[in-house]
Design a protein around this ligand. Structure first.
Ligand SMILES: [Zn+2]
Ligand SMILES: [Zn+2]
Length: 359
């Protein structure tokens, strides 16, 4: 059989498997089951490439005593020092040059895109496809953000979606605001995260040379892109003091991108409405969307993780979608997945908390 036919054969059988293994809880006993199964089939059909970011409600925490929390002191100390540096950076903001503010803001937006358009929407969820120049830009931007390499970030993120709010979720929001915000990075992972994370299908990431390249050279690349370059530019090009360059453009900017991203895991899992699915924890949070350039529509995103806009809407408080659409206009992004209005309405009606407003 020619290779492309074989591939077609394999991908069609893969699609069928996706449908059959749909979470059983969504197939309702009251006769709507068949209908729902069809809708789900259509939903997931828009992105058959991966299925390990789809919520699995059948997974439950193991009974018995919880393992002891093991602190990672190196991370605790580094995180503390970074935030101390960022606080000092705030004090230096008024005496910084305007160009330094603009540079820090530019660096904030680009590194945030490396997370939102890159690690999140492209690599974790495969909600759209990107050509090499765009993927190259995103991997550089992602390195500027220094939130672990794309491979690790995506593994943690897929397991977060699949086993949300259980021990296998790396930033399980049931363990409180602080844990889901930053605490999870300061302690050893729960054994369930490692166990379930190791079983995930990450073959798409392993097969992508650019992702593996970043992983191999991650440490020196981060040193250059997250610390040296943002400090060097203001100091060298417009004569900013070394102190202002380091504390404002580097430490303050880095800490702000980190916290904006972390708020998606903490605040957007605790505060806000659940118009699409009241049975899950993630919520719609406009403030989080502002800081995390479009990632606060979190009830929608956990309900439809394959939608490239991570929101029912496109450009509404969503700079990341605007960016992806611009890239699409340039021919660098394509195959953007969007859930149909009908599927959204049906879902909101069936599982929403009643706060859904159409229009
Ligand atoms: Zn989440
Ligand atoms: Zn996600």
């Amino acid at each position: 059989m020619p290779a492309h036919l074989l591939q077609e054969e394999m991908s069609s059988s893969y699609t069928t498997t996706t449908t059959i293994t749909a979470p059983p809880s969504r197939i309702l006993p009251n006769g709507e089951g068949k209908l729902e199964k069809t809708a789900l089939h259509l939903d997931e059909e828009i992105r058959p490439e991966i299925k390990d970011d789809i919520y699995d409600p059948t997974y439950k925490d193991k009974e018995g005593p919880k393992p002891k929390t093991e602190y990672v002191w190196r991370n605790i100390i580094l995180m503390f020092l970074l935030h101390l540096g960022a606080l000092y950076g705030i004090a230096l903001v008024p005496t910084s040059q305007v160009y330094t503010w603009l540079w820090a803001f530019f660096y904030y937006v680009v590194s945030a895109l490396g997370i939102t358009a890159g690690a999140h929407r492209l690599w974790s969820h495969r909600t759209y496809k990107a050509r090499l120049p765009l993927r190259f830009f995103l991997i550089v931007a992602n390195t500027m953000a220094f939130q672990n390499d794309v491979y690790e970030w995506s593994r943690d993120h897929r397991v977060h979606h699949k086993f949300s709010e259980t021990d296998a979720d790396p930033h399980n929001a049931r363990r409180g605001f602080f844990f889901s915000h930053v605490g999870w990075l300061l302690v050893r992972k729960h054994p369930a995260v490692k166990e379930k994370g190791a079983l995930l299908d990450l073959s798409d990431l392993k097969a992508e040379k650019l992702v593996m390249f970043q992983r191999r050279y991650y440490k020196p690349a981060v040193l250059l892109m997250c610390f040296i370059l943002p400090t060097f530019v203001p100091w060298y090009f417009w004569g900013e003091t070394f102190q202002h360059s380091l504390y404002v453009a580097t430490f303050l900017r880095y800490a702000m991108v980190l916290n904006a991203t972390w708020l998606v895991n903490s605040a957007a899992h605790l505060y806000g409405h659940r118009p699409y699915d009241k049975t899950i924890n993630p919520r719609e949070n406009v403030l989080v969307s502002l800081g995390a350039i479009g990632e606060g529509f979190h009830n929608y995103h956990h309900s439809f993780p394959y939608d490239y806009s991570t929101s029912e809407y496109r450009w509404h408080i969503n700079l990341t979608t605007f960016f992806i659409d611009c890239m699409a206009a340039l021919g660098l992004a394509y195959d953007r997945k969007k859930v149909s209005k009908e599927a959204i309405l049906a879902r909101a009606k069936r599982t929403g908390d009643g706060s859904y407003k159409s229009g």
